[in-house]
Design a protein around this ligand. Structure first.
Ligand code: CA
Length: 519
């Protein structure tokens, strides 16, 4: 594979049962191209799209990853382009009779001796960045907080060089919502747990309006701030409707003065050497293409296994993107009880989608399809590979905090921003994001390391992509070598090395998952 020049036709077939392969060549392959040891293309097949390796009469199951991703709607001779309009999607696997904790994979050998430089917190967690997070009870205060944060950046941060930045935790929740409706606990606990993210050092500061439904004591109840730290469990609080505020500038002065007390304590912190087991890595994909499941996601899966072996926490999410692989998940659950938790999360989400009159097929985007992904089944099989091979030793619901080390299924919607927001709430201190179509995604609260699935994207977006997994398809790296590269890069970024998103200060908004009604 490594010696093959790029001009020869190249395809990837992932499983010996597969009757299709994916075209690797940039620009695709023209009609009449003879695949080495395979058929002659009867039509042009674009890059990342599938070619039929054998004749596929109408109704034939099309196999990728050794799994049926659909059935042909018409006769497709060998060498045909197999795309989403030529496939009927299989129904979702029912949630009954699933295998539970049946895989019993041998325990992965421990990986010892790997460390990074992080900020140890009073509650035992470790930050990869030293940030002041200022949370909010309601969107009403966002404009005022933005003005104050600009002043904090200009006037205060130069005095506190050990602080990496200040992050306004703004959102659309807090008022005009049915705050006691079933499901409302999800956005509320999400906000609370984000304020407790390890990258905020146990310092909690809240800006509230005064009349909103989500009052500060409901957002951060007593006991939600670690008392062992320098803040002594005391929350900084500025209420804009406070009678002491006369005019706009007094609000700004109050926020800036409160922020300075937190900055003084954060500035006294120093990085210390900690074991790699303190990493809490959230993995996610967005703008996926057919290469996601061949290059970037398998490399992330390999790195995920290394992290689990090193004792770290890894979480994977995106319920609609793993729903079609539910059988693999329940089989990989460490216990039957965890398998049941997975089933419960899937059932809840099936019901949630049903209420909206859709199902998991609403997930795939025009970009996914242009990128060669025919449907959600094919996308899911490529997505699940990010989770590696470790047993699933934890399951959490949206907005909950991680409870233990190892591999956790953190149930979240697949929306990049909602998933990232919920992984922050779970306690993520490092984020890995794979993309094939390309997205400039970033988060203010946590470094996001972006992995490109294709060399062409990595070349064009050379100052946005942190790692090029396209080298696997090019024959210049292996899943294993790239997985190790990612593992070492994660330790370097955790220790302070900046990602491209941090370099350019790119970050997306927090987006809460609120399944409850607004009023
Ligand atoms: Ca996503």
């Amino acid at each position: 594979m490594a010696e093959t020049p790029r001009t020869t036709p190249r395809t990837v077939r992932l499983h010996e049962r597969d009757n299709v392969a994916v075209v690797v060549n940039e620009g695709g392959l023209a009609a009449g191209t003879a695949l080495p040891g395979g058929p002659v293309l009867v039509e042009k097949v674009p890059q990342a799209h599938k070619v039929a390796l054998v004749d596929l009469p109408a109704g034939t199951p099309v196999l990728r990853y050794g799994v049926e991703i659909g059935r042909t709607l018409a006769d497709l001779p060998a060498g045909s382009w197999v795309h989403e309009r030529r496939l009927a999607m299989p129904d979702a696997r029912g949630l009954e009779g699933l295998p539970r904790a049946t895989r019993r994979a041998p325990a992965l050998p421990p990986l010892e001796g790997y460390t990074f430089e992080g900020y140890r917190n009073a509650d035992g967690s470790v930050g990869t960045r030293n940030l002041l997070g200022i949370t909010t009870t309601v969107q009403c205060v966002a404009g005022v907080l933005d003005v104050a944060v600009q002043r904090i950046r200009e006037q205060l941060l130069p005095k506190y060089p050990n602080v990496d930045g200040v992050v306004a935790l703004e959102h659309a929740y807090g008022c005009g919502v049915a705050i006691d409706a079933p499901g409302a606990e999800i956005p509320i606990r999400t906000l609370r747990h984000i304020a407790q993210n390890p990258n905020f050092g146990g310092e909690v500061m809240v800006v509230s309006l005064g009349c909103e439904k989500l009052q500060p004591e409901r957002l951060m109840p007593p006991g939600s701030i670690p008392i062992g730290g320098p803040s002594g469990g005391v929350m900084g609080h500025v209420c804009l409707q406070d009678g002491a505020h006369v005019g706009f500038m007094s609000m700004i002065d109050d926020i800036v003065a409160t922020a300075e007390r937190h900055l003084q304590r954060l500035n006294a912190r120093r990085r210390v050497t900690v074991p790699a087991s303190e990493l809490v890595v959230g993995v996610q994909c967005g703008g996926s293409d057919a290469f996601s499941g061949i290059t970037a996601n398998p490399a992330v899966g390999f790195a995920s296994d290394l992290l689990v072996r090193a004792g770290a926490s890894v979480m994977f999410s995106e319920t609609t993107e793993v729903r079609d692989a539910v059988e693999q998940l329940t089989a990989r659950a460490a216990t039957p009880g965890l398998a049941q938790r997975i089933v419960d999360e899937m059932a809840w989400y099936d019901g949630y989608l049903q209420k909206g009159g859709v199902d998991r097929s609403a997930n795939t985007t025009p970009g996914n399809k242009a990128g060669g992904l025919s449907n959600i089944v094919e996308k899911a099989m490529g997505s699940i590979i990010k989770s590696g091979t470790a047993p699933i030793s934890g399951v959490i619901s949206p907005g909950e905090r991680l409870a233990g080390k190892g591999l956790t299924y953190a149930a979240t919607p697949a929306s990049d921003f909602i998933c990232g927001t919920l992984q922050l709430a779970a306690g993520m201190n490092l984020h890995v994001f794979t993309t094939g179509r390309g997205t400039p995604y970033g988060l203010a609260a946590c470094p996001v390391l972006k992995v490109a699935t294709r060399t062409e994207l990595a070349r064009r977006w050379h100052d946005l992509m942190d790692l090029n997994a396209g080298r696997i398809a090019d024959g210049e790296a292996t899943i294993e070598s790239l997985g190790w590269e990612l593992f070492h890069l994660l330790l370097a970024v955790a220790s302070g090395q900046r990602t491209w998103a941090e370099h350019w200060k790119l970050h997306n908004a927090l987006v809460l998952f609120n399944p409850a009604p607004v009023t």
